[in-house]
Design a binder for this molecule. Structure first.
Ligand code: ZN
Length: 475
């Protein structure tokens, strides 16, 4: 139990409105919202004068202590450092992934990882099981249905890329997505044609084009567009909603927009790195380009505008980070980090950090520029993620009865982003030197102040696991 809190003088922003209101928080829940000046007494007071009150950010796509490169390495933030970074950026819920490790079942891995996360997370969390390769043949689909029922694991990640390790074939897509529909789960897809990426990679290697930035060339737009179209088609065939993660290509965004126009339950996420960084930032710069290597890749600058338009039009639904941090340290590290692939892009672990930066860089590039309204910002970073991923109405908006995950967002609190201040262990940010005008002044998770001008709390294990009833419904 935390002490009651009254948040006064703030301006509440929701996905479709904003208004001046004071909040009362009792036992971690918003119990009262009242016109400004309407609440007094009965607890600690947080003065939000001049600030917006935003629902805590929800990042539905993080990779903390994530095994990769055939389980030879792992991302460098664990569930503790990663969620501390999240909280400091105003994100109070994360959803991470569970892969099947060698000689284990997805159930064993899920239960083990849930325990590890529960012991370390500072903010609330959920987990997406990754559909095991050949799950339709091995019986692993039945395990997923069981995880949905027993653990509320209502979002299943299908990889259409990485043949041999993660890529599922169309049979598993068909049977897995049909089963997801039956149990109220939502398929979420890494949509790239893995065979095209493999072929393109092989041809680049044969041509001696292995410099870090050639990672981009191994992931052509058509590989993403084809997989998005195939995922949408299979979703149509089995009558399942479809959620495409990390949409990077304008062509892929257009496939989603077309499906939406046809009335299909098709949804898409993009990430700040695809909106704010471009191939032109890292082409031909040698090893520093490894900092930008992620999949799908950060594409040409000319590709960005279509993603912004898709966000503004509602054709893309959420902004998550795909936070997958690997150090740029150049000594040989164990486990290996970015320098593992120095001069040879196929050996660079994929991923960029961003869990702390997300709200600040998206507010700056989206809201202060007028590309997105404050309502759209809240919708894309909290409300629609909560709805689609089965966390609403407990999370994702400020209303009576919701968890008191509240960000007191100061629109006049400028800072210059630098890895020396950010808390990810990645030790770098692709937004180094970026000036932002707004940042969180207070961050509350279930009524507990995690971040304030005077305080920075990082109690491992206070975050709670979120058992979800269903996903894939925007209502
Ligand atoms: Zn990812």
């Amino acid at each position: 139990m935390t002490d009651p809190i009254v948040v006064v003088n703030g301006r509440v922003v929701t996905a479709d409105d904003e208004f001046d209101a004071d909040l009362r928080i009792v036992d971690g829940v918003i119990t009262e919202m009242s016109p400004r000046g309407g609440l007094s007494g009965g607890g600690d007071v947080i003065d939000a004068d001049g600030c917006y009150l935003l629902p805590g950010g929800i990042d539905t796509h993080t990779h903390f202590e994530n095994p990769t490169l055939m389980f030879t390495t792992a991302s460098i933030d664990d569930f503790h450092s990663g969620t501390v970074a999240a909280a400091h950026g105003g994100t109070t819920t994360i959803i991470d992934f569970v892969k099947t490790e060698p000689d284990s079942t997805i159930t064993e891995c899920f239960e083990r990882r849930r325990e590890i996360a529960a012991s370390k997370c500072v903010v609330d969390f959920a987990l997406h099981p990754v559909v095991p390769i050949a799950a339709a043949e091995t019986g692993a689909l039945a395990e997923l249905a069981d995880l949905a029922q027993r653990h509320g694991a209502m979002t299943w990640k299908f990889f259409m890329a990485y043949p041999g390790t993660l890529m599922v074939d169309d049979r598993t897509l068909i049977e897995g997505m049909r089963l997801a529909k039956q149990v109220g789960a939502m398929p979420i897809l890494h949509a790239e044609n893995g065979h095209i990426v493999h072929d393109a990679t092989t041809r680049l290697i044969e041509a001696g084009l292995t410099a870090e930035h050639h990672h981009h060339d191994a992931h052509p737009h058509v590989a993403e567009a084809e997989a998005v179209y195939r995922a949408i088609s299979i979703g149509e065939y089995v009558d399942s909603p479809v959620f495409i993660v990390h949409v990077s290509s304008a062509r892929a965004a257009e496939e989603i927009a077309r499906a939406k126009r046809q009335g299909k339950a098709v949804y898409g996420e993009t990430c700040p790195q695809y909106l704010l960084s471009a191939l032109e930032d890292y082409e031909g710069i040698g090893f520093p380009a490894a900092a930008y290597v992620c999949s799908p890749p950060i594409r040409e600058r000319a590709n960005q505008e279509a993603l912004w338009s898709a966000l503004a039009a509602g054709h893309l639904d959420t902004i998550a980070t795909d936070h997958a941090p690997f150090s740029m340290c150049e000594e040989a590290c164990f486990p290996p980090q970015k320098s593992n692939g120095k001069g040879y892009f196929p050996h660079i672990p994929n991923g960029v950090p961003g869990v702390e930066e997300r709200l600040m860089v998206m507010w700056e590039s989206g809201v202060t520029t007028g590309r997105l309204t404050r309502q759209q910002f809240v919708d894309l970073t909290a409300t629609r993620p909560a709805k689609l991923f089965g966390l609403h109405p407990q999370k994702g908006s400020l209303h009576v009865g919701a968890d008191a995950d509240v960000v007191v967002w100061d629109p006049r609190a400028p800072r210059t982003l630098s890895s020396s201040d950010l808390l990810s262990r990645a030790g770098y940010t692709i937004y180094e030197g970026t000036k932002v005008s707004a940042s969180p002044r207070f961050v509350l998770s279930r009524g507990e102040v995690l971040v304030s001008p005077a305080l920075s709390s990082s109690v491992a294990g206070r975050g709670r696991y979120l058992h979800r009833q269903r996903a894939g419904v925007l209502a």
